[in-house]
Design a protein around this ligand. Structure first.
Ligand code: NAD
Length: 549
């Protein structure tokens, strides 16, 4: 997307601009494909040293990085806000605080979670055998994030990779390149070994060069289309990938729900970060008996939201990230209108903000050449509540990634589940009810990687829990034990303590061997000690035969 924007700058640089004002935030040199390959090579060299560091040393450095972040929190939040457009408060609440929490948790827990463990091997244990699993780091982890959480997502993935003993190369989004460089700076200030964390800058080509440089793992966050491309290229080197992709997440409000809580959550879940969340509420299904009242409250609360630049502490909704993104929102709203849905509030670019933006731009004469500013003066889109939406309308199937909240009704739990599952996506969902048991029953029938009961969206901020999608929302997991295990390879160490006797399955084979193998299939493989005991005479016969030969 921002490729076009990057081309507005000199060929070898990206201009980062503030989507609220169009003003230039800074410029970053693009890393060439050769330099990307060299970065991966250096990363691999450092890996051989880094993988031998103790967990205590890794923990010390991660905790030091936390301190660097805390020391510079205000400046980091301002940078995130300036590059992404989100309110500064959101940068702190939804990016910095959760990643600090994740850092502390993984620094303290990784050693225990990756401790070698004994595996039960059933009746093989009676033969003097035992098994352990030990975990080895993978090598170089390439992290390619989206722009919407430009700090917490790549930083969190980097810290988990490092704690597991890997080294890291990050290719930040071209819309938020300075936030990416800031992450590199934090690790440097914390005292991590040189090249343990490297940042390469650029758009899709740079990301593609990173995947082609054959890292040992790619952790990608972005669109389904790019995820597919990355998986194809990674397959050439058999590089494994974790794909965190798009969503079209449903919120189901049952008739017995706390309406006030549901209305507040719907407004926040749909409009925070200007709706640019993979787990935004993109479809709200409400029981027909309470639809009118819930909608009334949502519209009323939406009307009170202030739009504006993220630096204003009273602002709840900032600009969208790019002209391309806002056009998708406009197209979806038009589609809804044409299909007969009703736009209750919003539905267009926000003009007041446009005037303010234009004034700021012309008076200071600092508007960059980025199409963020050039194509249209305003990237603000008014939070939009839509009723009468149905699943056969196109924008109910495609990811919008903007501040729209389409509302549909349902009559039964079964209908709500079917509507929620009627999508190619499956990232998160929520169920709102006072009956927790009923909520859980419904949750388990929803095809999504995370389902909340009486909550929405925020569980990416709980680093202890797995994050990832069903269906086209992704492959693999980040966060939690499941996410950590994506960053290591298990090694099975098997020991035989009794070497006096030959194994019955060794060569040469014979009619006695064949009879013994039948016994393995029909008795030993049942796992029953009693049945296996009846195999002992045959087994002994076979072992004697082997010893004679
Ligand atoms: P995108 O796919 O356009 O870009 C994502 C990243 O991939 C960027 O850094 C980009 O430079 C890079 N890239 C582009 N082409 C590439 C290629 N051929 N090879 C390698 N890298 C390439 O996505 P976006 O517009 O930045 O982000 C929005 C999408 O991200 C939405 O679909 C959203 O739902 C998704 N997202 C998902 C999660 C999640 O956790 N599931 C979180 C945040 C965002």
């Amino acid at each position: 997307m921002a490729k076009a924007e990057a081309q507005e700058a000199a060929a070898n640089e990206i201009i980062s601009s503030d989507p609220a004002t169009g003003r230039e935030v800074g410029r970053v040199s693009v890393t060439t494909p050769d330099e990307v390959r060299e970065a991966v090579e250096r990363s691999r060299q450092v890996f051989h040293m880094w993988k031998t560091t103790s967990f205590a040393e890794r923990r010390r450095l991660v905790m030091r990085a936390r301190e660097v972040i805390l020391d510079e929190m205000e400046a980091i939040a301002e940078l995130i806000s300036a590059e992404s457009g989100k309110p500064k408060g959101e940068a702190i609440a939804l990016e910095i605080a959760p990643v600090l929490d994740l850092m502390k948790w993984i620094a303290r827990s990784a050693e225990k979670m990756l401790r070698p463990r004994r595996v039960g091997i059933g009746l093989f244990g009676l033969l003097g055998r035992s098994s352990r699993v030990v975990y080895h780091p993978l090598g170089v982890v390439a992290i390619i994030p989206a722009w919407n959480y430009p700090f917490s997502i790549p930083l969190g993935e980097a810290v988990m990779s490092l704690m597991a003993g890997n080294t890291v190369v990050i290719k930040p989004s071209e819309l938020t390149p300075l936030t990416g460089l800031k992450i590199g700076e934090i690790f440097k200030k914390a005292g991590f070994p040189k090249d343990a964390v490297q940042i390469v800058s650029g758009a899709g080509e740079t990301g593609a060069a990173l995947v082609e440089a054959a890292p040992d793992k790619v952790a990608f966050t972005g669109s389904v289309a790019t995820g597919r491309k990355i998986a194809e290229v990674a397959a050439k080197n058999l590089t494994s990938v974790v794909l965190e992709l798009g969503g079209k997440d449903p919120m189901i409000v049952l008739a017995d729900a706390d309406l006030e809580a549901a209305a507040n959550a719907a407004v926040w879940g749909a409009f925070c970060n200007a709706g640019q969340n993979c787990a935004s509420v993109e479809r709200l299904y409400v029981h027909e008996s309470i639809a009118e009242e819930l909608t009334r409250r949502i519209v009323e609360k939406t009307g009170k939201l202030k739009l504006g630049p993220g630096s204003d502490p009273d602002v709840s909704v900032g600009p969208m990230s790019s002209e391309r993104q806002i056009r998708i929102v406009e197209r979806h709203v038009d589609d809804f209108r044409e299909a007969g849905a009703v736009i209750l509030t919003g539905g267009e670019r926000y003009d007041a903000a446009r005037e303010r933006v234009s004034d700021a731009g012309t008076s200071e004469g600092k508007i960059s050449a980025s199409p963020r500013q050039r194509v249209s003066a305003s990237l603000f889109f008014a939070p939009t509540v839509i009723t009468g939406a149905t699943n056969d309308m196109r924008p109910m199937q495609e990811e919008t990634f903007g501040p729209t909240l389409p509302i549909c009704t349902f009559a039964t739990d079964e209908e709500a589940i079917a509507l929620a599952n009627d999508t190619e996506f499956g990232l998160t969902a929520s169920v709102w009810t006072r009956d927790i048991a009923r909520g859980r029953r419904i949750a388990e029938q929803i095809e999504a990687g995370s389902v909340c009961i009486n909550e929405h969206l925020y569980t990416h901020g709980i680093g202890q829990t797995p994050w990832g999608g069903f269906k086209n929302s992704g492959r693999g997991r980040t966060h939690g034990l499941e996410g950590l295990l994506e960053l290591v390879q298990p090694q099975h160490i098997h020991t035989n303590r009794i070497t006096l006797l030959p194994d019955a399955w060794w060569m040469p084979y014979s009619p006695t061997a064949l009879e013994t193998f039948r016994g393995f299939a029909t008795k030993f493989a049942t796992g029953s000690l009693l049945k296996t005991a009846t195999l002992l005479p045959q087994l002994w016969k076979r072992i004697k035969e082997l010893r004679r030969r």
